[in-house]
Design a protein around this ligand. Structure first.
Ligand SMILES: Nc1ncnc2c1ncn2[C@@H]1O[C@H](COP(=O)(O)OP(=O)(O)OP(=O)(O)O)[C@@H](O)[C@H]1O
Length: 491
């Protein structure tokens, strides 16, 4: 048997013995396998190296903020996979704004309620007729066609769309002055249209090599990988030489500041319901940034002009140029306080201490702006009214809260709705950052039908008070407690 095998292996084929041929064959197979695996691992490494920007970790979603949507980047096609869609469309059932009939139809002084039919018409178009049409929410944002469809799918960051300078030249008509929609210290924002017809806002960062790169990374890291109905969507970017540009979905209905006091006032004034809807959307997006993703994102510049509004009167938070990524439970101390005067939380302004509670404070200021229609700081007003937050606290203390409502709101809110909004706002602007609610709690307070605040939140706050009474360091004096919004609003 063994001698048969020896004989077979010793036979000669093409000048070589069979056993030599077998050894050569095995060596070739081994080398091919080795080559393939080396090539695969090299490809993986070089792909990682190309991803200059860190990819966000799989998001952790706390129970209390279930209603959010999160998308993850699909590495292959740059598309976005929905994990869940939680903050529901429940709030987009109906929106009203008062249209100035004086402007639209020549009859001065009177206002009509108009419910907009989103399909095909712009808010304000039907104002003069006083018609009421049915409002229907537009198609679900995550099933709607992608604004990037029809464009070649390509991104070297593993996210979004990589536009060439030429693409953006074409989109903005060579960055024409007529297309400028904003100009700031960071650069210029242009309106444009992609070749597939999608309207976009192009932020062209100042051509200042170090700074442009930094600003670019901050925005991309903050919102490049996330998607939420109430966050402006970053569609892509352009990196060419020292040029850095960011391409956003275009949000076509102005910003909250313009609706309260600026360019959009000619269309009419926002109703109470529309204001609460916009603030609720803003609160949901902040809850998402603070509580649903890791690392969390602190926006640092929440203000009414950074809350864009779409046709459905849904809010979209924009301008992440100052955003900061923070690990779970982390705070950050900075010597350079950034933000906008009137919106910055006192502990951040005074000591540079930053965490998500700074955004909660700024949100409270915006909510008060929406309730009163006033500027956060207005030197044109009598001294006690210059600082809106202080004036409001005083009015509530004097039990004159009914007087603070923006006189431009034609149909005043019910007393309970007003108190609920005021109480929520005053809690957000609590000088003690630890006492401010989390944004998911703010969402619950604003959504609640229960007067004035969900029982569960009241219980939590009462327990907090008991605990701080037990702690001599945090024990409030009676005078301090008179500053508590609950007691001031008679709750
Ligand atoms: N995606 C967008 N769609 C439509 N308009 C936008 C978009 N992004 C920004 N804008 C508008 O462009 C203008 C400039 O915006 P940006 O947030 O960059 O600066 P700003 O709010 O004017 O100044 P600041 O830097 O002080 O916040 C604003 O009027 C804003 O409403």
């Amino acid at each position: 048997m063994a001698s048969d095998l020896n004989k077979t292996l010793s036979q000669t084929y093409i000048g070589l013995q069979l056993w030599v041929l077998i050894v050569i064959g095995l060596a070739v197979v081994f080398l091919v396998i080795l080559g393939i695996s080396l090539w695969l691992s090299f490809r993986k490494k070089s792909r990682k190296a190309n991803d200059m920007l860190p990819v966000r970790q799989a998001p952790y979603i706390p129970e209390e903020i279930k209603e959010i949507s999160i998308d993850q980047v699909s590495a292959n096609n740059g598309g976005l996979n929905t994990l869940n869609d939680k903050f529901s469309d429940r709030d987009s059932e109906k929106v009203l704004f008062n249209v100035d009939n004086g402007d639209e139809s020549g009859q001065s002084g009177s206002f009509n309620h108009v419910e907009k039919d989103v399909k095909g018409s712009q808010p304000g178009e039907e104002g003069g007729t006083g018609e009421v049409s049915t409002y229907r929410p537009s198609s679900h944002p995550l099933t709607a066609p992608s604004p990037l469809s029809g464009l070649p799918e390509f991104s070297h960051l593993g996210w979004g769309h990589w536009f060439t300078l030429r693409d953006l030249h074409l989109a903005t008509n060579r960055f024409s002055k007529d297309n400028v929609i904003g100009d700031g210290g960071y650069g210029v924002v242009y309106r444009g249209n992609l070749i597939n017809g999608t309207p976009v806002a192009v932020k062209k960062l100042l051509n200042n090599p170090g700074q442009a790169d930094k600003d670019f990374r901050v925005e991309v890291e903050a919102i490049g990988h996330v998607r939420h109905k109430n966050l402006v969507r970053l569609l892509g970017y352009c990196i060419e030489g020292t040029q850095r540009m960011l391409v956003y979905e275009y949000v076509n209905n102005g910003n909250l500041e313009q609706w309260l006091r600026g360019d959009m006032c000619h269309k009419g004034y926002l109703t109470w319901e529309a204001r609460i809807k916009i603030l609720l959307g803003t609160a949901k997006a902040l809850a998402y940034l603070h509580e649903a993703i890791e690392p969390k994102v602190v926006h640092r510049d929440i203000k009414s002009s950074n809350i864009l509004i779409d046709d459905n009167f849904d809010a979209k938070i924009s301008d992440f140029g100052l955003a900061k990524l923070l690990g779970d439970g982390k705070s950050y101390i900075t010597t350079r306080v950034m933000g906008t005067f009137g919106y910055v939380a006192p502990e951040y302004a005074n000591s540079g201490l930053l965490n998500e509670k700074s955004d909660v404070y700024s949100f409270g200021v915006v909510l008060l702006e929406a309730i009163t229609g006033r500027y956060p700081v207005d030197y044109g007003r009598p001294q006690p009214e210059v600082n809106m937050v202080e004036w409001l606290k005083m009015m509530v203390q004097l039990r004159r809260s009914e007087e603070v409502v923006d006189p431009n709101i034609e149909t005043r809110p019910s007393t309970s709705a007003l108190k609920r909004a005021l109480l929520t706002a005053l809690r957000c602007v609590d000088p003690d950052a630890d006492k401010r609610p989390k944004m998911s709690q703010v969402v619950r307070m604003l959504e609640s039908e229960e007067y004035p605040i969900p029982r569960e939140d009241r219980r939590r706050r009462r327990n907090q008070a008991v605990n701080s009474d037990a702690d001599p360091q945090r024990k409030n004096s009676d005078a301090d407690r008179s500053d508590d919004p609950d007691s001031r609003l008679g709750i």
